[in-house]
Design a binder for this molecule. Sequence first.
Ligand SMILES: [Zn+2]
Length: 358
Amino acid sequence: MQVYSGTIYKEDLKPIVGYLTIKNGVIKEIGEGRPPKKPIQTGTILPSFINAHTHLGDSAVDVDPEKYSLQELVGPGGIKERRLDELSEKQLISGIRRSLHKGFKEGVTHNIDFREGGVKGINAMKKAALDTPANPIIYGRPIQPNESELKRVINAGDGVGLSSVCDYKPESQKLFKKHLYGVNTGLHAGESIENQKKSMDLYGESEVVRSLKYNPTHLVHLTNPLPGDIEALARQKTPAVVCPRSNRITRSGKPPVRKLHDMDVDVALGTDNAMLCSPSILDEAIYTYKNHDLTPEMVLEMACINGGKIFGVDNRIVVGNRANIMVVEEVNMGIKTLLDGCASIATVVSGLDVIKNV
Ligand SMILES: [Zn+2]
């Protein structure tokens, strides 16, 4: 049995001064006051970070985002896609592994990754994750949008992650709708105003509204919502993942985080493309806190808890839950300075092994 003590941000992120015990990766006891035996570590104890949107495959890609529009940078046939094709499998895997390790060292125990490159891409992620303690939840993407390729990707990964419904022809969209029923599906939506307009012109509905028809586990970005988009998201109780640092770099706008929160949409944080941003949710949380009208508690919930809801993991510090925690070496740290205090994370514990098809 392992014992940790200090200020514990347990259920609902309300702090207590006390201890927690862990046995076989599960939280057994949380108590106030003195621990039952000598703790192995003392500090401020928080749920681990969940990185709810990554493209770790492009960790080894080097581009200057200033030179390209969003579409040229990450759209179909864009510079990222071409550079990814040029990477050897070894470069690809070692880049992903580097990012998984870096994220874990900074408290990230889980990464929801949109993995390009079909089954080969999914397998590269699995190989990269083999000797890391971090857990990838792999949303694969078919190289060609045909039935057999789509079925292979569904079977190989934990879900399917699509770029934008606007990137696919109507017959492909029909195929996706048929085969993705009941499959964990994530989509980029509302990232660019161009795609939103294109969707309205061609289909009379926004990209966000059309994406919701896939019954997705989550939508990513929402930087350019049209009137009614956020309300539709709230009605369907679909979580949103926002990536404010990436949006700033690609000049695609500022996600309406506070509005999403006020409309009771679960909002989680992601770091998006590893070629643009470090895979650190700590960096993302600090940036988000400084640039949005949010309390530290709201940011912590986005960074530690809400991402888990997407793949069915309760990441709160509660008896009976898997112990995914980080210990921050900091004394007397108030909630107001919590995010800066996280910069001194000492230990990360991941009680979770592998998540498959949740
Ligand atoms: Zn993305």
